[in-house]
Design a protein around this ligand. Structure first.
Ligand code: F6R
Length: 241
């Protein structure tokens, strides 16, 4: 595992963005695994800036997102479909057919999980997976206790995750209780993983990740079983390491 320490969020985003652009340039038909939330937002801004100023092409790039809330249609401003469209896709001239996000309003959610797993297989797997981390160590929406053998599945969101994410909603009652997420085994099959960690509120999670044992109680620890993980963490997140 490689750890890149950066001064702040901006530098973390820049470093991550540069790595992603380099990968796209060496493999223009790359399959990228995408995350949502506050952490990758600056990285996505960098990708947009780079696309506009350097012309990096997304014509053949394919994307698969980690997760989506159950019950929120794509038009809902809190859905991850909406997040990706607003914060990245619409700025990149990337064809909608090549961007994939679990459908949280599918009539048969179990079938949707199977479809998504198959889709990732059909794409030849994820070449580079971008990840954030929850304060409780979740990756995707795999909450503590999720088996490392899990594949794309339906989860009940932990109360602390709903509280953390309620900052985007009018009230916690509006935060969905369930989500679809790639499983931990699905994530570990990515050829390469880029884990981004920013801010003092993630410092304990980073400490646990670096020094703690590998345990299903701390989902991100599964990444230690992967041979191609790069962690980019800013100074605030590195407070205890
Ligand atoms: C989002 C995701 C989550 C987030 C995590 C951190 O697609 O999979 O695991 O990466 O909840 O969220 P932020 O970045 O908002 O702190």
């Amino acid at each position: 595992m490689k750890l890149i320490r950066t001064e702040d969020y901006t530098e973390m985003s820049l470093e991550a963005g540069k790595i992603i652009v380099e990968k796209i340039r060496s493999n223009p038909a790359i399959t990228l695994g995408m995350a949502t939330g506050s952490t990758p937002k600056g990285t996505y801004d960098y990708l947009i800036h780079d696309h506009k100023s350097n012309g990096t092409s997304y014509r053949e790039v394919k994307t698969v997102n980690l997760d989506e809330y159950i019950g929120l249609p794509a038009e809902d401003s809190n859905s991850y479909h909406y997040f990706m469209r607003e914060n990245l896709f619409q700025h990149l001239e990337i064809s909608e057919d090549l961007t994939h996000i679990p459908n949280g309003t599918a009539p048969d959610l179990k079938l949707e999980c199977q479809r998504y797993e198959q889709l990732i297989k059909d794409l030849g797997g994820v070449d580079l997976q971008i990840l954030g981390i929850g304060q409780n160590g979740h990756i995707g929406f795999n909450e503590p206790g999720t088996p490392f053998s899990s594949r794309t599945h339906i989860v009940t969101l932990a109360q602390d995750t709903r509280e953390a994410n309620s900052r985007f909603f009018n009230s916690i009652n509006e935060v969905p209780t369930h989500a679809i997420t790639m499983g931990i085994a699905t994530i570990l099959e990515s050829k390469e993983i880029l884990l981004l960690i920013s801010g003092e509120n993630k410092a304990e999670a980073l400490l646990k990740f670096m020094n703690g044992e590998i345990s299903e109680d701390f989902p991100a620890s599964a990444l230690k079983n992967h041979h191609q993980v790069t962690v980019i963490a800013d100074r605030a997140a590195c407070k205890f390491i």
